[in-house]
Each structure stands twice: as structure tokens, then as C-alpha cells.
Design a protein around this ligand. Structure first.
Ligand code: GLN
Length: 462
């Protein structure tokens, strides 16, 4: 099979199914085919290529691509053409993966269902009446429906893992700093991380290895490269499970989780035990406050990061008709027209928790809780090598089901948010189907910089 044939097959499937799924916001058909043909030519010449060369990939639309629209699924960025590539895009181009296009998401990555996209929802390929998860629903749906073998997402509170769980795909959030955030449109900078969305743990490891590693353009980027992830997966042997201490986090199971999700989780844990793993229950009491801390810290950072969308520097510009055109009135009119309701809600919440009278009570307390959560992780990892939990409390819910209840949408992230607050790596892998044939996710969390161990264990569980 040539890369051109594979790329054409992807484009044909997109042509056939994406009218129903709406996973893509932009297609780069010609550009992708050009890369594919180049790979085929180089391969015929016997050139040494990256193992993923010629494998088509889709990118979440908050990852900037030179000359290709990058909208973050927001009207405010409509028409903006980035003048540069994100570091991950540069590395993908260097390795010659055809970039098929940009995928749909909740506006500025805020949401768990893809319903907050300004350009309309994406639909779950398993059941078109259901959400594909969010915010990276487009990447997950595209991989789940075999429109593309690889995709990238971004994970601030679960936006790679929860869509992975509800679409039956693999999604990993690397250790904070393992993958450069340069060129990822920032949501909450201290939590954001780019990661792979794939059909197998092996592909995810290969993709993180390719795009990760130090980047001078991101001051939070970790030193060194990410080599050894793929080999950890390909060389993983079942006997590595013998004596492995697997921690079941008390706070991330039980109440609030759908019975089918719980049963599937318990069954997988029992299998791990049967294969020789030592199962320990770990207590992380501060996790009960993780959502509260997340919904203070994240909006605070959002309100600061999104200040750059002012009607002058990027995309949309709206001039008021009822008052004088000034910098301030243009900014107000642009932001009123350009941002959707969820984005506005979070900016307002963020500016409130950072306001001088409130900052200590809200933002300050949330930062303290964040430290407590990090300590809970430290203690848990003293008792266990990896931690496991369901990825999401339920399988895919119906579109519209949680639309007028932001709180119930927020609670979907209960199991994914702690890893972001602590910066530790976490992966969601498929864990069977519920009684309605909807995919269930299983999460493996490892200590910071132990992405290798995370992939290894994920491979042995799947
Ligand atoms: N669903 C979460 C939120 O709405 C996570 C978002 C994300 O990871 N980008 O904030």
C-alpha cells in the first residue's frame, strides 16, 4: 500500500461519512496528497524515513498551522490564517505525515461534548444521537470512524481522554511539559497539554515520541527527548504485571459512576490481579475538591489568555453601529459577537475570581487545593506504581441532554481533572461496551515523567 493510496482512502471515507459526523472543520486534501506522494517517491528511492512517515493525521483546530485556518471552533478567529506552525506541526511535517485537516472541538476547548462549537456539533460514530465527548470530539470521532488513523488533541481537564473513552479510541495526556505547547492556542496554560488520539496504545506512544521532547519556544518544556515510548510498548511482556502495584483511587470509583462503567472497571482490575498485579486501594481525599479547584484556576487562566482576542490582532472585527468607533467599543462589539456563551461564562468567572476583593478567597484557595492534590498523588505513588480509574463516569450521553445544566456537564471531568492539576501523565484506553453498545474507557495514571510506564501498562491492559 502506498501512502497516496492510504491518504486517498481517508479522503474518500471523509467524503462519504463526514457530512453525518461533522468531525472536520477544514480539509487539506491537496496538501496531504502532496506529502503522501513525496513519501512514496522517497521510499522508492530507498530514503530512510520516520516509521510514521506517510501515515495521515488530523489536528484539533486549536493547534496552529501555517496558511491553514485555525479557528478553535470560534467565530472570533474566523478568517485568521496563522503565519507560523506549532512546534508539534513542524515535527509532524519533518517526519512527513500527511496532514488531512483540522478537527472540530468545543469553542476554545471549553466543554465535554463538542456542542459548544460555533460551527455545530460533531456526532458520535457509535450512535449519531450522542456526543463524541469534548472538547476534542472531532479528533476522537475521526479516529473512531476510521476517517484517519492518527489525530492530535489537547487536554486541559480531560479533552483528549474523555472523548477517547466515549468513542472507543486511545487518548493520552502526556506529562506536563513533555510535549511543546508552542502554537497551541492557550486555554489554561498551567494545565494544557497536547497529546495523541489513536486506535492503539502503540500508535499513541509512537506519536508522542515523534512530537514530544524539549522545545526552546516553550519555557515549560522538559529537557531531553521522549525516546523509548514506542519500544516500551512493543517490548511489553505480560510478566511485567507480576508484582506491579496498581492503585485503585477510592475517590474515582463508586458513587456517581454508571453501573456498566463500574462493572467494566472492576472486571479489568480483577484481570490485572489474576495476571499477578498487586491491587491496592489508595485514598486521595483532596480529589473531592478537584472540580472546585479546576473551575477556579482554569477560568482565571482563560480570562487572561483570551484577552488577546480584541478585534484588532486576530480574525473577526466588528465595529459598533450605535456608538463611536474606539478601541474599546470595537473590542466590546467583537467579543460580544465573536465569543459563544460558554466562553463568555468562563471569562466572567475568571475575571471575578481574580478581582482584587476575591482573589485570595477563590484563586488563592484553589491553588492551595491544587497543592493538596499534588500531595495526594505523591502519597498514592508511594503505595502504587500506577493508578487506575474509569475515564469518565458515564458513556456517551445524548446531544442536548446537558445543555442547560453547565454543572452536570462539568462533572463529566471528575476522573480526568486531577491529572492535569498535578501535571502527571494519564491515558484512556477502551474497556468494552455497555448494554447499549457504547464504549467505556479505562484510565491509567503514572507519576510525572513516567510516560513510558503509563504506555507500557496501558499496552498490557488492552
Ligand atoms: N471538559 C473540560 C472543560 O470543559 C476539559 C476541557 C479540556 O480539557 N480542554 O474545561
Amino acid at each position: 500500500l502506498t501512502s497516496e493510496e492510504i491518504t486517498k482512502a481517508c479522503l474518500e471515507r471523509i467524503e462519504k461519512f463526514d457530512a453525518k459526523l461533522h468531525a472536520f472543520l477544514y480539509l487539506n486534501a491537496e496538501g496531504a496528497l502532496e506529502t503522501a506522494r513525496e513519501v512514496d517517491r522517497l521510499r522508492a528511492e530507498g530514503a530512510e524515513l520516520h516509521p510514521l512517515a506517510g501515515v495521515p493525521i488530523a489536528l484539533k483546530d486549536n493547534i496552529v498551522t501555517r496558511g491553514m485556518p485555525t479557528t478553535c471552533a470560534s467565530k472570533i478567529l474566523e478568517g485568521w490564517l496563522p503565519p507560523y506552525d506549532a512546534t508539534v506541526v513542524e515535527r509532524i511535517k519533518e517526519a512527513k505525515l500527511p496532514i488531512i485537516g483540522k478537527t472540530n472541538m468545543d469553542e476554545f476547548a471549553m466543554g465535554s461534548s463538542c456542542e459548544h462549537s460555533a460551527f455545530g456539533s460533531t456526532y458520535n460514530p457509535w450512535d449519531l444521537e450522542r456526543i463524541p465527548g469534548g472538547s476534542g470530539g472531532g479528533s476522537a470521532a475521526a479516529v473512531a470512524a476510521y476517517l484517519v488513523p492518527l489525530a492530535l488533541g489537547s487536554d486541559t481537564g480531560g479533552s483528549i481522554r474523555q472523548p477517547g473513552a466515549v468513542t472507543g479510541t486511545v487518548g493520552a495526556k502526556p506529562t506536563y511539559g513533555a510535549v511543546s505547547r508552542y502554537g497551541l492556542v492557550a486555554m489554561a496554560s498551567s494545565l494544557d497539554q497536547i497529546g495523541p488520539v489513536t486506535r492503539s496504545v502503540r500508535d499513541a506512544a509512537a506519536l508522542q515520541e515523534l512530537m514530544g521532547g524539549h522545545d526552546a519556544y516553550d519555557s515549560t518544556s522538559l529537557p531531553g527527548d521522549q525516546s523509548g515510548l514506542l519500544s516500551a510498548v512493543t517490548e511489553a511482556k505480560a510478566d511485567q504485571l507480576k508484582g506491579l502495584r496498581v492503585g485503585v483511587v477510592k475517590q474515582l470509583t463508586g458513587e456517581g459512576y454508571a453501573p456498566a462503567v463500574r462493572d467494566a472497571f472492576e472486571k479489568t482490575v480483577a484481570e490485572l490481579k489474576a495476571k499477578g498485579a498487586e491491587i491496592v486501594e489508595v485514598d486521595c481525599p483532596s480529589f473531592d475538591y478537584a472540580m472546585a479547584a479546576y473551575y477556579l484556576i482554569m477560568p482565571a487562566e482563560v480570562s487572561s489568555n483570551l484577552a488577546r482576542f480584541d478585534g484588532v490582532r486576530y480574525g473577526l472585527r466588528v465595529e459598533p453601529t450605535d456608538k463611536a468607533v474606539t478601541a474599546e467599543s470595537v473590542m466590546a462589539a467583537t467579543r460580544a459577537a465573536g465569543f459563544g456563551p460558554e466562553v463568555k461564562r468562563r471569562i466572567i468567572l475568571g475575571t471575578f475570581v481574580l478581582s482584587s476583593g476575591q482573589v485570595d478567597a477563590y484563586y488563592g484557595s484553589a491553588q492551595k487545593v491544587r497543592t493538596l492534590i499534588q500531595r495526594d498523588f505523591d502519597q498514592a505513588f508511594a503505595q502504587a506504581d500506577v493508578l487506575v480509574s474509569p475515564t469518565s463516569p458515564t458513556t456517551a450521553f445524548k446531544l442536548g441532554e446537558k445543555n442547560d445544566d453547565p454543572m452536570s456537564m462539568y462533572l463529566n471531568d471528575i476522573a480526568t481533572v486531577p491529572a492535569n492539576l498535578a501535571g502527571v501523565p494519564a491515558i484512556s484506553i477502551p474497556n468494552g461496551l455497555d448494554e447499549q453498545n457504547l464504549p467505556i474507557g479505562f484510565q491509567v495514571i503514572a507519576p510525572a515523567k513516567e510516560d513510558r510506564l503509563m504506555y507500557e501498562v496501558a499496552q498490557l491492559v488492552s
